[in-house]
Ligand binder design. Structure first.
Ligand code: FAD
Length: 483
């Protein structure tokens, strides 16, 4: 289909208003435009949304620096020495590279701003209107944008279809109010100009684990406070256990079964009080205790959009809400808080609304990654799910330390694990724990998505030597011989 511009649109074009310019919103806007819609995106913060401005892009850019620091730790094993003067330094910290956090955060923010500007330019190039301001529903077919017009006037947008892609914001505790200086949410970390001396991270889910790992690698003393038995509750147990071991071996203090009750500022730092009365002191505290959907106070329920008790918008498999003509995508739906899933939900919504072919989202084939060192990537059924639904499965794990390429690269911590059906051999899921596991998971994602068998995976060539060789090797180990 050729490109459609506003000038060539006839009056019959479906008027689509997307509220929220994150991955759930902007991807959908592009799809809707290509399908001939008359599209407006309303965004209050900046195009690309939290994903680009405060969450995915900044965190992964910061983690890129942390990764280099982790790799540099292996330098000595690979025969690399620091210049003599530095090597003679008395303090261990002086014998390693040091991080200029101001420079790191300047790079992080510049990259996020550039990506946001690129997305806005692309949308405008494709003929999408962008209105800046906070949108609220006035019934199921009208969006009012506060301050969206000139001189702060409101703008009213009538719509045939509305897509809510509102995202979420960090959850805080009433007894731990962020001040942007010492008590921080993850959106406030990038204003730091100096590395926290002792960072207390409250919450050991994906966000807490990623930042705890990153700041530890950057050179901060890190205390990770986890209310559960182990870090990363809900993730593959072997992977979580391995990561916790790596964290501890790198000098991080991991406090399990410790619930933070409050965080307060002291003269020169912070104090975090645990529910059992213990008090931890640090220079800064990061609250990573989940997110709250941005669905309140903008007329959703009044317009007939049903919300779950958690505040998330209820949607079906093609992203429809309970209000006719109103769709929702991304973190505000609480389906799976991933940028890739948000974008897919948004695309599906627009294809459905504009009468294009739609394939409902299959969450079983979503690949996810935790950007720690090593990374933890997963796809398909987890072992926990297979056990819970009493599925028949076989599994094998191969430690990364046995892989020849890993040995050459000086990598020790990690593994590849596959789950397959015992008779049919179909790959049901997999876990990769390795540096760049996010890249290595793709062959397993293909296998899960296309129902390949372990023999299909094992019979494909891999480069020798390569980390992906371990994936084929595990598949080979799961070969089922017909008697
Ligand atoms: C620290 C962190 C790291 C992450 N890393 C990854 C990762 O590596 N990979 C991954 O896949 N996912 C990651 N995620 C999850 C990912 O950020 C989200 O799943 C993704 O941002 C969801 O996209 P969205 O479009 O639903 O919402 P958002 O990206 O939150 O965008 C929503 C936008 O809507 C705007 N908005 C809300 N209400 C209104 C309104 N009423 N009017 C106008 N505008 C409004 C907001 O300003 C915001 O810009 C991470 C999350 C966090 C917290």
């Amino acid at each position: 289909m050729g490109r459609v511009t506003h000038e060539t649109l006839d009056r019959q074009a479906t008027r689509i208003v997307v509220v929220g310019g994150g991955p759930g919103g902007y991807e959908a806007a592009l799809v809707a435009r290509r399908l001939g819609g008359d599209v407006t995106v309303v965004e209050r913060q900046g195009m690309g949304g939290a994903a680009v401005l405060t969450d995915v892009v900044p965190s992964k850019t910061l983690i890129a620096t942390a990764d280099w620091m982790t790799i540099a730790e292996r330098a000595a094993d690979l025969g690399i020495r620091l210049p003599v003067d530095t090597a003679k330094a008395q303090h261990p910290a002086m014998r390693r590279h040091i991080v200029d956090l101001d420079a790191v955060n300047t790079r992080v923010m510049a990259l996020a701003a550039a990506q946001s500007a690129d997305i806005r330019a692309r949308l405008e190039r494709e003929g999408v209107r962008v209105v800046t301001g906070t949108g609220r529903l006035d019934g199921p077919s009208r969006v009012v944008v506060e301050g969206g017009g000139g001189a702060g006037a409101d703008v009213t947008l009538d719509a045939d279809v509305i897509l809510l892609a509102l995202g979420s914001t960090p959850r805080t505790l009433p007894t731990a109010q962020p001040d942007g200086e010492r008590i921080l949410t993850w959106t406030q970390l990038y204003h730091l100009t100096e590395l926290p001396e002792r960072l207390i991270v409250v919450g050991s889910g994906v966000t807490g684990a990623e930042f705890a790992g990153a700041y530890n690698a950057l050179g901060s003393d890190v205390v990770l406070v986890s209310s559960r038995d182990r870090v990363l509750p809900g993730e593959d147990a072997d992977a979580a256990e391995l990561l916790e071991g790596v964290f501890r071996s790198r000098g991080m203090t991991v406090m399990s079964r410790s619930r933070a009750e409050s965080a307060v500022r002291t003269a020169d730092g912070v104090e975090v009080t645990l529910s059992d009365g213990r008090v931890i002191t640090g220079s800064h505290v990061l609250l990573a205790v989940g997110s709250i959907p941005s669905t309140h106070g903008i007329g959703l329920e009044e317009a007939g959009v049903r919300l779950a008790p958690s505040g998330h918008v209820e949607v079906d498999k093609v992203s429809r809400t309970s209000a006719r003509g109103v769709y929702a995508a991304g973190d505000c739906t609480g389906i799976l808080p991933l940028a890739s899933v948000a974008a897919m939900q948004g695309r599906v919504a627009m294809s459905h609304a504009l009468g294009d072919a739609v394939a409902p989202i299959k969450l079983r084939t979503v690949a996810a990654n935790i950007f720690t060192a090593p990374e933890i990537a997963t796809v398909g059924y987890s072992e926990e799910q297979l056990k819970a639904q009493s599925s028949k499965y076989v599994t094998t794990t191969l430690p990364l330390a046995r892989n020849p390429r890993a040995k050459m690269l000086g990598m020790r911590d990690g593994f590849v694990k596959l789950f397959a059906h015992p008779e049919a051999g179909v790959v049901l899921g997999g876990v990769v724990v390795a540096p760049r596991a996010s890249e290595l998971i793709f062959p397993i994602t293909l296998a899960v998505s296309h129902r390949l068998t372990v023999d299909d995976v094992a019979s494909a060539f891999t480069v020798y030597p390569s980390l992906s060789g371990s994936i084929a090797e595990v598949a080979r180990m799961l070969h089922h011989r017909e008697d």
